[in-house]
Ligand binder design. Structure first.
Ligand SMILES: [Zn+2]
Length: 469
């Protein structure tokens, strides 16, 4: 493969075709079903699928078969097969569903308003993970245009990732024979430590999201009348949360939620800490005077990749500040997002958390924990020499810098499922979620310059995969 030619082809496809398509995609509020239970009637999901399909079909990929599957009651998937050397299969993955809008977008920006500023394309879902199907097809097109051989490729694009990929196992079953046994899995839904080199993810945390509810009364009452007699549901929830998280340090208390960090991953985190330094913690938009949990880059990396951590992501039972009257409220509910270590067995997680949070309720309050979504994390298998060489070659060719491997703090449920199903497969898990890109938050952007280079790197790896056997 000719690096200059690859670069030119990829740049041209991105500038003339992918960016305009992503601008259309950003305008579609196709939130994941968990955030838009009425998604089918609202029609945004089908609109996003139709947009991606039309774009793919305009790319004149040789040997492409594209199908939309939609099992009863489930979100659709786009499934593609691209003819190639059938003695090997590469499985490529992405998703089209999005996180909700979230507040706090800067003046002039918004979740459903694409804005291109320099290299950055702002808007919800461009980087997480709308760009993936476009980058995937652009990479395949580039190698086909150069007459470079590739293996048989299957592409699976789902619409349920941000809801825990609950619909995906049914499609894996449905399409198992068509998928075959992948030798390489390429996932473009992960992150990068900076925008200067290729980053390969070696672990993802698992997660569980669920609602913790404490109920004390059948209706709210005057707080001057009841406080001191009726226990506050908020105080009870604080006491219960103290079983899970040390409020002073943020450390997760139950030992069964921790794992011993493998020596190899510790060494890797040290190498990442040397490259990223203070950027590990300084990249976040702190307010004036705010301090991070730690300023030690290694500790920061281990906290975000190998240790369990809790975030409070929603609530019910509390009026907003304007409407908050002097009332002792009947209930408080908090939506918890617990990230768990990559190698932690998540089999009984929900049951164990229920036990921890619901047992011995203070004052006999009604305490419930209901999980909404969740799944185990993922740890990369030992990287095969051909893939390590290929990734390094790609990073040198398109970034002029060495490739890095690192652990990621986020979760991609499908990787855990695939790792268990195809233990022999190699994984290139990578992505564009770098500093400030802010997937899930306000001001999400796709770094177009980085995405172009990443696309070229994917083309390189596809080509190397076919010649490495
Ligand atoms: Zn994603």
């Amino acid at each position: 493969m000719n690096a200059d030619q690859t670069k030119n082809l990829v740049d041209e496809t991105w500038s003339s075709s992918i960016v305009p398509a992503l601008e259309q995609y950003i305008r579609i509020p196709n939130q994941s079903p968990l955030f838009d239970p009425d998604w089918r009637r609202n029609g945004h999901m089908h609109q996003a699928v139709a947009l991606a399909r039309a774009w793919v079909e305009s790319q004149e990929i040789r040997g492409l078969k594209l199908e939309i599957h939609e099992l009863d009651g489930r979100t659709p998937v786009i499934f593609m097969e691209i003819d190639g050397d059938a003695s090997s299969t590469v499985l490529m993955y992405g998703h089209l569903d999005k996180q909700p809008a979230m507040v706090g977008w800067e003046e002039g920006l918004g979740p459903w308003t694409p804005v291109l500023r320099g290299e950055k394309l702002y808007g919800r879902g461009g980087a997480d993970d709308g760009y993936a199907i476009f980058a995937t097809i652009a990479a395949i097109r580039t190698i086909q245009q150069q007459g470079v051989p590739h293996s048989r490729i299957v592409v699976l694009v789902e619409c349920c990732e941000e809801s825990g990929s609950v619909d995906l196992p049914a499609y894996i079953e449905l399409l198992a024979d068509r998928i075959g046994t992948p030798r390489l899995v390429i996932c473009l839904d992960s992150g990068c430590g900076n925008y200067e080199q290729l980053w390969m993810t070696t672990s993802l945390r698992g997660s569980i999201v669920g609602n913790l509810t404490v109920e004390v009364l059948t209706e709210g009452v005057h707080s001057g009348d009841a406080s001191g007699i009726v226990p506050s549901s908020f105080r009870i929830i604080r006491a219960i949360l103290d079983r899970l998280e040390d409020a002073q340090t943020g450390r997760i208390i139950p030992e069964w939620l921790h794992v011993a960090i493998p020596e190899k991953r510790l060494e890797e985190a040290k190498a990442t800490a040397r490259v990223l330094g203070n950027e590990t913690w300084s990249k976040f938009p702190y307010i004036e005077g705010m301090q991070p949990v730690t300023k030690d880059p290694l500790e920061a990396l281990l906290n975000r990749t190998w240790r369990p951590m809790l975030a409070y992501i929603g609530q019910a039972g509390l009026p907003d500040l304007l409407q908050g009257g002097n009332v002792l409220r009947p209930k408080t509910a908090i939506k918890l997002s617990l990230r768990i270590p990559p190698s932690l067995d998540a089999t009984n997680l929900e049951k164990n958390l229920k036990g921890l949070l619901e047992s011995n309720p203070p004052y006999g309050a009604r305490v419930t924990f209901e999980a909404e979504k969740g799944g185990a994390g993922w740890v990369a298998p030992e990287i095969a020499p051909w893939l390590a060489e290929s990734v390094e070659r790609a990073s040198q060719a398109y970034f002029g810098k060495e490739a890095m491997t690192f652990g990621e703090g986020g979760s991609i449920p499908f990787m855990g499922m695939l790792g268990a199903r195809y233990p022999e497969a190699q994984f290139l898990v990578t992505g564009v979620l770098g500093p400030q890109s802010n997937a899930h938050g306000p001001n999400e952007f796709l770094h177009v310059g980085y995405a172009k280079k990443l696309t070229a790197c994917v083309a390189q790896v596809l080509s190397d995969e076919a010649t490495s056997r």
